[in-house]
Design a protein around this ligand. Structure first.
Ligand SMILES: [Zn+2]
Length: 269
């Protein structure tokens, strides 16, 4: 369990590590369907692939927001760090007002329920993009994934849908990151001339900064994800934003720099 606390102006934030999954090299290398596996292997080099899950917690004026929920009690061994991380900050699951779901991949939503089926964040309302809801209702129907269909239909009344630019809480707005999924989105935290942009699954491994055109195997629309990746990284560099990635090495925070046409990741120390 690791927790990294920071403030953006007067907004309290924390990055909570859900866990770090072991990523075997061969399966990481196989995740870039339009790339030559030998090139991916060379890009990874001697580095360990990152399997971290970094969740953003924000307290804006007393509204407590958790962006994604990780695996919670139901994940593989080594997960569940977010619940322990919140406890270490004196925050009970019942204190979370808003669960913001960036997208509906399992490593972002599985922790909505506890092992006994009860709600992990019993007082929260859930916020996401309509396109995300629509994509997964259709996909789960096509796959006869009754567990997810039942769970999400049962929670429908707790959901509200937002669009890019909408304010979730004072100083916390929605950023469109479409491509990885149809409603993939992040949050921009802004206060007192300070910014934090949570770009979630804009990329998954640090070597992708050198290979922005590589599709990722779990992208809903790989070509659109490439456009979004380029546009968003450009913004991060132009505006010198503190940037958070869900899957880079904990805490996943740093700056995106650009030298000529080349982007580079500068993690915080
Ligand atoms: Zn993910």
């Amino acid at each position: 369990m690791s927790v990294y606390q920071l403030t953006i102006g007067d907004i309290e934030c924390a990055v909570l590590q859900e866990g770090a999954a072991f990523m075997d090299r061969d399966s990481v290398i196989a995740r870039y369907p339009n790339a030559d596996p030998a090139e991916v292997a060379a890009a990874l080099g001697g580095n360990e692939p990152s399997g971290s899950l970094n969740l953003l917690y924000v307290n804006s004026g007393g509204t407590r927001i958790l962006a994604d929920v990780g695996f919670g009690e139901t994940g593989p061994p080594g997960m569940g760090g977010v619940l322990r991380g919140l406890a270490s900050l004196g925050i009970a699951p019942a204190d979370i007002d808003i669960v913001y779901l960036t997208h509906f991949h399992g490593d972002h939503i599985a922790g909505l329920c506890n092992a006994d089926g009860s709600l992990a964040y019993p007082n929260a309302r859930y916020v996401t993009m309509q396109a995300e809801w629509d994509e997964w209702m259709a996909r789960w129907q096509a796959a006869s994934d009754d567990q997810n269909l039942e769970r999400f239909r049962g929670l429908r009344d707790r959901f509200s849908f937002v669009a890019a630019g909408d304010e979730v809480a004072p100083g916390v707005t929605v950023v469109d990151l479409v491509g990885h999924t149809q409603g993939h989105s992040g949050l921009l935290v802004e206060a007192d001339g300070k910014w934090l942009l949570h770009v979630v699954d804009l990329l998954h491994q640090a070597f992708q900064f050198d290979h922005l055109d590589w599709h990722f195997g779990f992208d809903s629309d790989g070509a659109l994800a490439v456009e979004t990746r380029r546009r968003t990284l450009q913004r991060c560099a132009d505006e010198e934003l503190l940037t958070l990635f869900y899957h880079l090495d904990f805490p996943g925070l740093g700056k995106v720099e650009k030298d000529g046409e080349i982007f580079a990741w500068k993690p915080i120390n």
